[in-house]
Design a protein around this ligand. Structure first.
Ligand code: NOJ
Length: 751
């Protein structure tokens, strides 16, 4: 009897221990005091294979219905993009958290690219500010507005290097240069994510599109890319690395074929570079159906192969298509994919969900006083736009215009187009919140100035010239004409490439017609890409390039045109004279036969080969219309006293480079001081110039400042002939100046 009792007690005791252990085990991943890695391990150990594969699926929410609810309940969906309003998000999250077996929260993604409700300039415009601080501010504002409606994750920044203005997505990029894009992209990541990803105002960033997407052949979207490994590593990868280094939580695999292997199944980029070399521990989401599109690429025969190749490469989450959901279980059963690999993929996803604090706060939402469209955000958007504008021409210092002008004509289809100024990728921006240039100019000038508006054309693409007469009448009555032309928001962005990059429609004709009135013209160009407009530069006094400036584009343009602020933007991309020069970029190689200055063009009637066998065009100058880094100001800057702490750097060491910049004009203004370097001889050929530093400084009229850069041999490293990343000893030249083509010059040597 006693024995029996002891037996029962023992069994009860063991049961108790077992239950306690189970409870403890179940609770580990829910316990916020436990380190994230232990929580991940615990959660994975409790997940079924189906639940793991579920985490790897991201759906676009087209309709809420029982089927969707049921899938969430069964743990078959890990994430949604475009998941409706806050109520929809909470409703779905409630099912995930309360009704699915393990209660794993969903993560909600959305394209919050250059603002949410308060739209900032397009990213290419933000890059033109050369001001990482204001870029960071813009992304932080966008994050907080998105966080108010329960968005956890943005698909930005895009740091695809693009040297082709035909490509519609150049608008979304930070331009042609790896150094500038790295600085701007990482500032965006810092802005979106803040100091703490779990904070209610932070959202996770997604650095995209990995990788080389901007090198699409012929500028046609989604097109093939051919990028030798050295170029990949020297040019296309560095901005991604910088974003990862500042903690970008996620990354998106691109649509393009890279050297024969599509980006979403590319083991070299996704596995070797991203995981093995960079030790990225967040997760990779494929671009929209980019995985199943590998069938069209001719890289996978069916969706089973898609799932196999993508998971092997390391895509953690599949956006919209369902090759993982339909095939991974089978691939594991067949022994082709190991469950360990699946665990690894799911760990990355859970890690980001934990870092975002979603397990503690699944209904995460910025609840404090709304910042959406707040005065603070609108001011930041205006300042960002002001700093993004690039003054390309200012004949006779025609700008700024006097605020005392009697009559101003505002002409052009983009002068009062509240939607166009928002630019591409602003799905949550509302044109009703835009202040257009016309409205802002009227507001700024007040009653004393008469502002006459005539669109001249129904829209920027129109070729119907019926409304020219009205524009001519308006111009004839004015002291000065402000023409606001360019591209509307529809002409750039995804799948919106152009083969002609001139001003569309009859806009050139409109400029010529207005010029015939003899009235001085200020041309403001809004566009999502560099346009070619050499035909009309002589017809206008001034040209201000305003990109797509966002919600506050109007006040920003008015402030610049009427001198409240001096322009300080610099080009983040080279402007060609004609599309035939594309690709054209400042950091090109020298060739064996570089052209010289007397080889600018060729005159008709000259004898055969008058300028020699050089690398140039017969029918257009080899130089660009406007170089990278270029931008005028209302004031003038003088650069002097270039000093190097030494003309020799020992390998591993560094030097200080300084120059004095003086504002020699009448206006207080900002200048972007740029440092370029040329490595004269290498074991592989080196670009003629590379940006190695920049600083945006404010100088009052008459003021001067010393700007100092530190330059280490590490900054001069490149992927050498042995594919090692190292600097080489030898001779270098450096320049400090206000654009990529002119500057103070000095030589130094690495010993
Ligand atoms: C496709 C685009 O390429 C990508 O940039 C975007 O984030 C996704 N669609 C989601 O909208």
């Amino acid at each position: 009897m006693k024995n029996q009792q002891a037996h029962v007690i023992l069994i009860l005791f063991l049961l108790f221990i077992n239950i306690t252990l189970q409870l403890t085990a179940q609770n580990i991943y829910k316990d916020s005091s436990v380190p994230i890695e232990a929580r991940i391990k615990d959660l994975i150990s409790q997940m079924t294979l189906a639940e793991k594969i579920g985490q790897m699926q991201q759906n676009h929410l087209s309709k809420k219905n029982d089927e969707v609810f049921n899938e969430i309940k069964l743990g078959k969906i890990g994430s949604f993009l475009n998941a409706g309003d806050i109520n929809d998000k909470f409703e779905l999250q409630k099912i995930a958290v309360e009704e699915s077996r393990l209660g794993i929260p969903l993560i909600y993604g959305r394209d919050v690219i250059h603002g949410f409700k308060t739209i900032f300039p397009i990213p290419l415009g933000q890059a033109a500010t050369w001001n990482p601080e204001i870029v960071k501010l813009g992304s932080a504002a966008a994050a907080s507005e998105a966080a108010e409606v329960g968005i956890h994750w943005t698909f930005a920044p895009m740091v695809d290097i693009s040297r082709d203005p035909r490509w519609g997505r150049i608008a979304e990029s930070c331009g042609e240069d790896p150094y500038l894009a790295a600085k701007m992209g990482s500032a965006m990541v810092e802005g979106f994510q803040g100091n703490d990803l779990s904070s209610e105002s932070s959202i996770a960033a997604c650095t995209k599109h990995f990788v080389g997407y901007g090198a699409a052949e012929s500028g046609k979207d989604y097109n093939t890319t051919i990028i030798p490994e050295r170029y990949m590593r020297d040019i296309y990868l560095p901005p991604f690395k910088s974003c990862i280094d500042v903690g970008a939580a996620t990354l998106m695999s691109a649509f393009n074929d890279i050297n024969g292997v599509p980006a979403s199944g590319n083991e070299f980029t996704l596995k070797r570079v991203l995981r093995d070399e960079w030790k990225f521990d967040g997760f990779v989401v494929s671009d929209w159906a980019s995985m199943t599109e590998m069938i069209n690429h001719g890289f996978c025969a069916d969706e089973t192969e898609v799932a196999y190749k993508s998971v092997k490469a390391g895509v953690n989450m599949e956006m919209v298509s369902q090759s993982y959901a339909n095939n991974l279980e089978k691939l594991i059963k067949e022994g082709k994919v190991s469950e360990d690999l699946i665990n690894e993929m799911v760990e990355g996803i859970l890690r980001v969900k934990f870092r975002l604090g979603l397990f503690e706060n699944p209904y995460k939402q910025l609840k404090e006083k709304s910042r959406t469209l707040s005065a603070e955000h609108l001011t930041a958007a205006r300042e960002s736009a002001e700093q993004s504008f690039v003054l390309l021409q200012n004949t006779d210092d025609f700008l700024p215009l006097s605020k005392l002008s009697k009559t101003i004509a505002v002409i052009g289809p983009l002068a009062d187009d509240a939607q166009a100024q928002l630019g591409c990728w602003s799905p949550d921006g509302d044109p009703e919140n835009s202040i257009t240039p016309l409205k802002a100019i009227k507001q700024l000038l007040g009653e004393k100035t008469k502002v006459i508006f005539a669109a001249g054309l129904d829209n920027c693409r129109s070729t119907n010239t019926e409304k020219f007469a009205e524009a001519v009448t308006a111009s004839e009555a004015a002291d000065a004409v402000i023409m606001i032309l360019g591209e509307d928001d529809l002409l750039s962005g995804e799948s919106h490439s152009r083969a002609f990059i001139d001003l569309p429609g009859a806009q050139e004709e409109l400029i010529k017609t207005i010029a015939e009135t003899g009235k001085p013209i200020v041309l403001v160009i809004m566009a999502g890409r560099p346009l070619t407009f050499g035909n009309i530069v002589k017809d206008v006094k001034s040209i201000l390039y305003a990109w797509h400036p966002g919600t506050m584009g109007g006040p920003a343009i008015a402030n610049i045109l009427f001198g409240n602020v001096s322009p300080s933007g610099k080009l983040p991309v080279t402007f060609p004279r004609t599309v035939g020069q594309v690709p054209i970029y400042y950091s090109h190689k020298n060739t064996g036969r570089p052209p010289s200055e007397n080889q600018l063009g060729i005159k008709m009637g000259t004898p055969e080969n008058p300028v020699g066998f050089a690398s140039y065009y017969l029918d257009v100058d080899y130089t660009p219309a406007y170089p990278f880094g270029f931008g005028l100001s209302y004031t003038t800057f003088e650069y002097h006293d270039l000093k190097l702490s030494s003309n020799e750097i020992l390998m591993g060491g560094k030097i200080e480079v300084s120059a004095t910049i003086k504002n020699t004009g009448k206006y207080d203004a900002e200048e972007v001081v740029q440092l370029y370097v040329r490595d004269l001889f290498g074991n592989v050929t080196r670009p003629v110039k590379e940006l190695k530093g920049f600083k945006k400084i404010h100088l009052k009229a008459g003021e001067e400042k010393v700007v100092t850069f530190s330059l280490s041999t590490g900054d001069l490293a490149f992927w050498n002939i042995d594919m090692k990343y190292a600097a080489e000893s030898g001779d270098f030249t450096l320049w400090v100046g206000g654009d990529s083509q002119k500057g103070l010059k000095a030589d130094f040597t690495i010993k």
